[in-house]
Write a protein of this length. Structure first.
Length: 358
């Protein structure tokens, strides 16, 4: 078989190490946030390795020691979206970044060989997408995992609605709406992580995986104690309050629930984009009856709709650009958000639905 060269870009390193293909996200100043070139490169490498008999498995990790992957490059999407709305851009990045990211995530989900994500450190947004759809998700003592999109006027995308909607009780809805952060023990207890391994021995684990042999045995040889999960203490309140299908009812339930957890959760939700909250709740409810491909298609529709609106631009400005943490949402309250307007966000974009390529 003719040898095909792996992609070569500075922000992602690709290497063959023994029996594994090793991907290292290498955009450390941005906490390994994904841009379009990174998504295309990862997708291309996976396409090569799935047909390479010398590669038994793929391992993906983040460089820098702080983050696996902090998400997608939403600042760049914001810049292009603003230019597009002003008639100064054709909106190519808005269309193509989300398309290429979701296609990459879908390739991970359908990858025929073991795909092993070392979700060490910050793992948020797109970082969840590039890991949670793989066969092995290895957390460590430094893992901090979240889908915090409602605080930037977006929604939990990258196919995570499929995963979140299938978590027990109200946990997935709670995670999607609040952007709550999970540590390793809770990731493991929920099945978001498949194992917890020793942060200090990740290099040794990669070497063991490269040596071949049984993957589960290699992982077990580098296991760490996950500790006790924190979530069970609040599960009753989460399940009770987040069972509702209307945001107004969730807020009312939290306001009448005893305890500091409910009060703090309600306060957190009141900081989020009201439009994003209603959109996200509907997304999670719809995802319950959809397969993964349809969840990705739904995400793409919503990405194009949301970038035609207001809150994404304001949320990214407040959180990541000016960093004043004072977003001016429009509409500013849940009762001012028109439910029919939310429904309209789920329609296919004029340039067409997301498609998948081999």
């Amino acid at each position: 078989m003719q040898k095909i060269d792996l992609p070569s870009i500075e922000t992602v390193q690709f290497a063959v190490m023994g029996r594994i293909g090793l991907i290292t996200l290498n955009r450390t100043k941005a906490l390994n946030a994904l841009d379009q070139d990174m998504c295309l490169a990862v997708d291309a490498a996976l396409k090569i390795w799935e047909n390479d008999d010398a590669i038994a498995a793929v391992v993906i990790r983040g460089a820098g020691g702080r983050a696996f992957c902090s998400g997608g490059d939403v600042r760049l999407a914001r810049e292009d979206g603003i230019a597009w709305k002003r008639g100064l851009s054709d909106g190519r990045i808005v269309r193509e970044f989300f398309r290429d990211e979701y296609r990459m995530d879908r390739r991970i989900a359908t990858f025929p060989k073991p795909y092993i994500a070392l979700i060490d450190g910050i793992t948020m947004g797109g970082g969840v997408g590039i890991s949670v759809h793989g066969r092995y998700r290895l957390a460590t003592a430094t893992t901090v995992l979240a889908m915090p999109e409602t605080q930037i006027g977006l929604f939990p995308d990258v196919g995570t609605s499929f995963v979140l909607s299938r978590l027990p009780g109200g946990v997935g809805t709670w995670l999607a709406l609040t952007g709550a952060r999970l540590k390793a023990a809770d990731c493991l207890s929920l099945g978001i992580a498949t194992h917890v391994v020793d942060h200090e021995r990740l290099d040794a684990l990669v070497a063991a995986l490269a040596a071949g042999g049984d993957i589960d045995t290699a992982i077990a040889g580098h296991a760490a104690d996950a500790g006790a999960p924190e979530l069970p203490a609040n599960r009753t309140a989460i399940d009770r309050c987040f069972a509702h299908d209307r945001m107004e009812d969730i807020m009312a339930a939290l306001d009448t629930e005893d305890g500091a957890f409910a009060a703090e959760t309600a306060a957190t939700l009141r900081l989020m984009s009201p439009t994003s909250l209603k959109l996200t709740l509907k997304l999670i409810r719809k995802a319950r009856t959809l397969d993964l491909d349809d969840c990705f298609r739904m995400d793409y529709r919503l990405s194009q709709s949301v970038l035609g609106g207001h809150d994404f631009y304001e949320g990214v400005r407040a959180q990541l650009v000016d960093k004043d943490k004072q977003p001016k949402w429009y509409p500013s309250t849940l009762d001012a958000v028109d439910d029919t307007a939310i429904d309209s966000l789920f329609v296919p974009p004029l340039h067409g639905d997301l498609t998948f390529e081999n």
